[in-house]
Design a protein around this ligand. Structure first.
Ligand code: ADP
Length: 165
């Protein structure tokens, strides 16, 4: 039987419980998930691509149904090159819709055979984003309800030298 394969792309800077929820739920629907960290340089972040990958590996790397990699260039080209036909994206508030709609339509125009599947966030994560996590952690606030312990430790390490004393 053909394995159902999906690609979950994102910045994952860093991975939050919101991302993990989408990953867990995607694996209920698909047999294999490629978590693809967007490696285009223009969206520079707090963590390097290697650090982001290492954190995702620490969280879900033991699962044989998951592959973790970085990609450069057009997402749809990458998806096709991996033999996949499905892109997973998460939707939080209505504010996500406009951007995601545009992205999905553009991707479809380039590769009509690739379908974008949206998963609604779970209620506890509706306002959770990597940016919020970085802001709170950067100001020395608690992020334990937003990110799992390995990410929390990585954030603490990142910001240790930057916090005002
Ligand atoms: P990008 O820069 O591609 O938006 P992100 O890492 O911020 O990368 O997000 C990757 C995907 O995960 C996006 O589809 C985003 O909507 C989804 N996502 C992020 N946080 C959440 C959350 N709390 N609940 C549901 N989906 C989420």
């Amino acid at each position: 039987m053909k394995k159902r394969l999906a690609v979950y792309p994102g910045s994952f800077d860093p991975t939050t419980y919101g991302h993990l929820d989408i990953i867990r739920r995607s694996l209920e629907v698909f047999d294999h998930l490629i978590i693809a960290v967007a490696g285009n340089a223009e969206k520079s972040g707090l963590f390097t691509f290697e650090e982001r990958i290492d954190l995702i590996k620490a969280l879900v790397g033991d699962d044989p149904r998951v592959t973790i990699e970085t990609f450069k260039g057009l997402l749809v080209d990458y998806v096709v090159s991996r033999g996949a036909r499905v892109i997973i994206r998460g939707l939080r508030a209505v504010s996500d819709f406009e951007y995601e709609f545009q992205l999905a339509q553009t991707n479809r125009a380039i590769h009509p055979e690739v379908e974008t599947v949206f998963m609604m966030t779970s209620v506890p994560y509706v306002y959770l984003s990597s940016s919020v996590v970085k802001t709170v952690a950067g100001l020395g606030g608690p992020v334990d309800s937003f990110v799992p312990p390995p990410v929390q430790a990585a954030l603490e390490k990142k910001f240790a030298d930057r916090l005002p004393r």
